[in-house]
Design a protein around this ligand. Structure first.
Ligand SMILES: Nc1ncnc2c1ncn2[C@@H]1O[C@H](COP(=O)(O)OP(=O)(O)OP(=O)(O)O)[C@@H](O)[C@H]1O
Length: 801
């Protein structure tokens, strides 16, 4: 146990020295806040002044000041997020022979005083690391670590750990550092928001946070081990340490549902980062926000990699050759292209190995050419036939015969004539319809809708892709059904295969380039006519650029979100065990460098399409090249609740070890046999209990607790009926209310002070993953757990009293 400084002195002296220490720290903290205010003022002033100010007349200077303004905006955003708990730690290095050791204050952001001396060390900086890694057994060069607890800007408490006294029993500490501070933090009631834990990050979490940027890091840990908070702090750390790469490319955090992402959204800005995109798998296809889910058996089929083959088959199936060749009537003529020529055109287009919509251009050009030639030949025949007739009858003058012989050696159409003929044909609706039928321009949505609604096509192509009839039959759905989360990887796959015909975009660019040339010409004239010396450094292209400037640049996050082909600098996947193989395929396309943090718990896999092991999903992309870090300590669930959950885990995943709980507080969990109709009373009673034993915030402020009722699919509608006062569903508003009713799936990744689990037998019966669902439900409570059953308590919950 870490020896607190206070233990070594008598109570009165302790109180006095504590007050004195608080006064000293208050002075320091006040200085830090004053500095923060000054920095904010400075950044605000720079921002108000705008890009042109301070740059003098020279254009380059103005550009530089524009960059400085962007930097000021970033800095301001960063400084805005650190008001709460600005400074939370202090480390004193051991004195050496050459004098006292260094002292550093650790904060959410780095600050320097007027003389550029460090006032606060950013928590992500190397110099801050001992704050997180020192243990009594391995203190490194630290003599003391101090946690500072603030309420607003006031220092209200200090917690010390002194490392250079003897007699510290490492074994008692279970690897936990800063225990007093940690437990105080954990005992705070849940506010419906995920808090950042930057002041109490633990050693094992610190290793995750500061692990190198490259490669795939898997963070495997049981419920409540801080995987999510560690992953988010890792995002902040990586952005700080690899700013150059990551500010440009951004970090993508993929989480299980939008509510959950909202929770973590409240953490990241608090850490002062802005270049992070948060998305669910349902949002990875730009322009779509899929939230609906498929039935588990359907999700399993859609999540299988054979779906990639099915989508590819569907695309190929739309590149057709008519068995009897192409016939199309235009301008009173029936033009034809034989099947062999059509086939050659298709093979030439496919050989380009480009997306379908881009290959289409080649195919269309080839067929238009064939049609144009046929038309020319037909015209030719119309003119030639009477002449041939005349020639046969010997009625053709010699000069005309000579002309005809000459023309026979010339091609029928020269280049310009051919281009114009193709152009005319392309504008004929009948020609276009005929070509569209052979090689249509496709959208991902259109392709999948057609496929899902056509049983014959599903049968034919499904068999090609290796799906059996029971599987492809599950894919049928009406065209009006909403897109589901499992459809998104398939849409993404289709988008890759289809690509976009960018001719319109290229035409726009050509026009823009021409316009720009004009701008440059004009700018050159301006430079020549003004002859102003300070413009010497400006090139005409600079001036043209300035002229075309239209609004502030998009942030990395905004640009990344809009671009399906954006390559992120790093991707973090939370609750990663839930991703299907197809979802992994989509995620991996977003990060060609394979720099990922994969966070999850195989024992909590609830989705039938999810992972049974990490290797199953990752080896395909980084065979044997991913590293795993385990988190073993549970910071959420008290020991008594964890004992009950451990029995469930032993039954459903005997090879998984439950995490070791830090907390040993709270009442024992209970089981109550009662009808669901009486549930409202229990909810009321629980709400009063959590209000009564809410310990208040560190500074004494009372914080409200939260309660969740997690019900089996069968009991869920009955619970909604019985407890009408409670909110329902994992929506942001519902989670902000005192009591919320959730399904097991909605409860994933969330936590509450008190949890009532209804119908455990029903949850267990929820398909193959029922046991995992029950394990997840039982581990959502930070203080109280009640299990409600209808006299059918499953055997594996017999530890409940
Ligand atoms: N070092 C820490 N200091 C204080 N609180 C912590 C620490 N680590 C984790 N916690 C708290 O423990 C709780 C669980 O953390 P988190 O939700 O990140 O766990 P998880 O491993 O993602 O859980 P699950 O798999 O059950 O979703 C949170 O309330 C978090 O704030």
């Amino acid at each position: 146990m870490g020896l607190r400084q206070a233990d070594a002195v008598n109570p009165e002296r302790e109180e006095k020295s504590r007050e004195a220490a608080i006064r000293t720290e208050q002075e320091y903290v006040s200085r830090a806040y004053a500095r923060l205010d000054a920095e904010r003022d400075r950044a605000e002033a720079a921002l108000r002044a705008g890009p042109a100010a301070g740059g003098g007349g020279a254009f380059q200077a103005r550009v530089e000041s524009g960059v400085a303004t962007d930097e000021a905006a970033r800095r301001l955003a960063r400084l805005g997020g650190v008001e709460h708990g600005l400074c939370f730690g202090r480390i004193d290095h051991r004195a050496g022979v050459d004098g006292p050791g260094d002292t550093f204050y650790i904060g959410r952001v780095g600050l320097r005083d007027e003389d550029r001396e460090p006032l606060l060390i950013d928590w992500r900086a190397t110099a801050a690391r001992p704050f997180y890694t020192a243990t009594p057994g391995a203190p490194g060069t630290l003599a003391r670590r101090r946690h500072l607890h603030l309420r607003d800007r006031e220092v209200v408490r200090l917690d010390d750990e002194v490392f250079d006294l003897e007699g510290l029993a490492e074994s008692e500490r279970r690897g936990i550092v800063g225990e007093a501070a940690l437990l105080a933090t954990l005992r705070r009631a849940r506010t419906g928001r995920m808090s950042d834990v930057v002041a109490t990050i633990q050693e094992e979490q610190d290793q995750v946070i500061r692990s190198g940027l490259h490669g795939v890091l898997v963070v495997q840990g049981g419920p409540g081990t801080g995987k999510t908070v560690a992953a988010l702090h890792r995002a902040a750390y990586l952005l700080y340490t690899h700013r150059d790469v990551l500010e440009r490319r951004g970090v993508l955090v993929v989480g299980p549902n939008t509510t959950f992402l909202r929770y973590i959204e409240q953490v990241l800005p608090g850490l002062g980062e802005t270049d992070v995109v948060l998305a669910t798998v349902g949002e990875l296809h730009p322009g779509l926000k899929a939230t609906a889910s498929d039935r588990p058996d359907v999700a399993v089929v859609k999540g299988d990699l054979r779906m990639a083959d099915l989508v590819a088959e569907a695309v190929r199936d739309r590149q057709r050759v008519p068995a009897d060749g192409l016939r199309v009537t235009t301008d009173g003529l029936t033009l034809t292209v034989d099947a062999e020529t059509c086939e050659r055109a298709r093979d030439r287009a496919r050989a380009l190995r480009l997306p379908h919509n881009v290959q289409r251009r080649r195919f269309v050009h080839d067929l238009l050419e064939a049609l144009a030639v046929d038309r020319a030949e037909q015209y030719d025949r119309i003119v030639d036939e009477p002449l041939e007739e005349m020639a046969k009858n010997g009625g053709l003058p010699a000069w005309l015969q000579e002309l005809i012989d000459e023309a026979a050696d010339e091609p029928l159409l020269d280049e310009t004539e051919l281009r114009m003929a193709k152009e005319t044909l392309w504008h004929d609706p009948d020609v276009r319809a005929a070509l569209d039928a052979l090689w249509p321009e496709l959208t991902p949505e259109g392709l999948l809708t057609d496929l899902y609604t056509d049983p014959d096509e599903l049968a034919r192509l499904g068999t090609h892709a290796g799906l059996d009839p029971a599987e492809w039959a599950l894919l049928r759905r009406p065209s009006y059904a909403p897109w589901t989360v499992s459809d998104v990887p398939l849409l993404d796959e289709a988008a890759d295969l289809l690509g976009a015909d960018d001719s319109a975009e290229r035409a726009r660019k050509r026009a823009a380039d021409a316009e720009r040339e004009q701008e440059e010409l004009y700018a050159r004239e301006v430079i020549e006519s003004t002859g102003v010396a300070e413009l010497d450094m400006v090139t005409a292209s600079d001036l043209a650029d300035r002229h075309q400037y239209d609004g502030p640049p998009l942030t990395t996050a905004q640009r990344a979100l809009a671009d399906r082909e954006w390559a992120y600098g790093h991707v973090i996947v939370d609750e990663a065990q839930e991703l299907s193989a197809m979802a992994w395929r989509t995620v991996m396309k977003r990060v060609p460098t394979r720099s990922l943090t994969v966070v999850g718990d195989i024992a909590q896999t609830g989705s039938a399409a999810g992972a049974a092991s990490w290797g199953q999903m990752l080896d395909r992309y980084v065979p044997g090249r991913w590293r795993e870090q385990r988190l073993l300590v549970n910071y959420r669930t008290p020991a008594a609740i964890m004992r009950v959950a451990a029995d469930v885990l032993a039954a459903v995943a005997p090879d998984q070890v439950p995490p070791e709980p830090v907390r040993d507080d709270g009442p024992p969990p209970t089981a109550v046999a009662m009808p669901v109709t009486d549930l409202a009373y229990l909810v009321q009673a629980e709400l009063s209990r959590i209000a009564a034993d809410s310990p208040g915030d560190l500074g004494g402020t009372f914080t409200e607790g939260r309660l969740a009722v997690i019900a089996s699919a069968t009991a869920h509608p009955l619970v909604l009926d019985a407890v009408q006062d409670a909110a329902a569903g994992a929506t942001p508003e519902a989670l902000d209310s005192p009591a919320v009713i959730l399904t097991t799936e909605e409860a994933k990744g969330l936590e509450f002070d008190s949890v009532i689990v209804v119908d455990p037998a029903g949850i267990l019966a929820q398909g193959v993953k029922g046991g995992h669902d029950l394990y997840v439900s039982l581990t959502r409570a930070t203080r109280r757990l009640t299990v409600v059953h209808d006299n059918d308590l499953p055997e594996i919950l017999s530890a409940l009293v």
